[in-house]
Design a binder for this molecule. Sequence first.
Ligand SMILES: Nc1nc2c(ncn2[C@@H]2O[C@H](COP(=O)(O)OP(=O)(O)OP(=O)(O)O)[C@@H](O)[C@H]2O)c(=O)[nH]1
Length: 590
Amino acid sequence: MRLTRLFLLTTGLLLALVSALLLRSVWADWRQVAAAELGLAAMQRAYLGMKVAEKASAERGPAIPVLNDTQPADPAKRARLQEFRRITDASFDEALAALGDSTDPASLSARAQLAQARQQLDRARAEVDRVAALPHAQRSAPGQRLTRAPIDLMFAVIDTVLAGVTTQSAAAEAIYPELAMPLVGARYAAELREYAGRLGSQFTTPLATGLALGREEQREIPLLTGRIEQLRKLISLQARASRAEAPLQAAIAKMEAQYFGTDLPFIAVLTERGLAGNDYGVDSASFVARYVPPMKSIVELRDTMFSAARDAARQRVADARTRMAINAGLGLAVLCIELAVFLLIRRRVLQPLLRITRAMNAVMEGRDLPARALARVVRDDEIGDMKRAVVALQAATQRRRELEAEREQLIAQLRHASDTDFLTGLLNRRAFTEQAAGLLAQARRHGWPVALIVFDLDHFKRINDQHGHPAGDAALRAVADIARGHVRQGELLARHGGEEFILLAVDCRASEARQLAERLRQTLADAPIPLPDGVVLHVTSSFGLAWVEARRIADLDTLYRDADRALYRAKAEGRNRVCSAADPQSLDVT
Ligand SMILES: Nc1nc2c(ncn2[C@@H]2O[C@H](COP(=O)(O)OP(=O)(O)OP(=O)(O)O)[C@@H](O)[C@H]2O)c(=O)[nH]1
């Protein structure tokens, strides 16, 4: 696998892994936050339920005077009842609004219980109004006790509301088991407040009507007192078991002093009096004024317990949020660092390595290095070392290539020099012999006829003698230049030695060879040759021609011998002419 692909794969896998871990951690933290918030919301709804119970309970206070009102009715009493009803309704509305659209089982159940309680309250209020509208004589007739039934209906409302409180409180306790004590304690305190109210209610009608305690009151008072004592013990047990903190201890002490220290003994005295006759020693209003205020200590205890639970739950929510933020922050930081490391490795190692690899390939293949590869290397690490090594390698390779080129050039020059006649620039005899062998072999292969023309300047010695050796050299160069102009592609022209030249032509018919020799002879004879001293010479040349068909090609020496013989004849026959080797058929020039 390529290094880049492996790196990308590893990077992707690691990033995916870290992201998955981060998401999992944040998700778990988020669930904890959500659960803590849900528990806190359930707690607050339970508290609103307790407030509903408190307000609905308080509504009984002004309902009793209305039920026992004489005629004509006192509008102030009814106005007071309406005010209390409004407060209860507002409390219901608030509790229902707090439940909102929540669809968790506890909220659904609490909503149903609150709705049921409200219906019960509506029925109870209707009953209060119905009974209050009856003639006073009918309501207060001994034995009728019509005024008690609506109050009993109102008690039922509180039972339903408190059931809803228990539902919400249990939902909160499930999330905050460690807060069970303050939550259960607050619930007990709410119940205690209710039973304290009910206990008081047992006296308001007898006090208002001036009657002794009836059978119902005689039955209810011990039951309620017993329940109140039971709740008192449960609350103190809860507080003791959880080593309640100072504010809670103070609230319990205050309740002990105020409600249990003053109200309950007061109730005991009134009960005794109510059982003995109808001389209670207090009227209804002063009973309420004396009995109700100490009950506030129960409500305060309830609120103290609830506040303790709510504060702890809020702290839990805040802690869970902080934990989630820290974990998410740390996770993100790890992700960013990982990404940065990957990018750094890619930029500082992988990409330079790729560039170096490409550069090395270029060096190996003899290509030019990319400009970036040759840029000044500033890095002082292993990658920098590698880059410098590649640049040095490239420089060495370049130098080697230049040396090789120089050598090749030198060899070519040497070869040219060794093949060339220094005076005329034509092939020398050695090179001619070498190349002629190849040309003859080629002619044999292709079935070409071959012609060899040897020509020699006439009386050249005289030129040397009369004009000097340099003039002879100039004449030789001039003749070579003229002869070069008659040579076609594939023909070989050389200075054979001294003032003798040689020309080998292949794929050339005998007549063409003869014409070539004649044309060259004529041209040389006609050409003026200026000498360095200003004299213009005319020189003639004698030609010997040997021509042979392909099938009869022997070797160069044989061909030369024939041509040389013909040259000899040309000299002998008077010079400035072309003589052919004896081959009447082939040299039949027309
Ligand atoms: N200037 C010069 N002369 C050369 C060179 N090579 C040979 N010669 C001269 O060429 C002359 C050849 O003379 P010969 O062999 O007698 O022939 P010729 O004078 O041309 O007479 P024929 O060939 O019989 O017509 C000699 O004097 C050589 O010195 C050369 O490279 N330069």
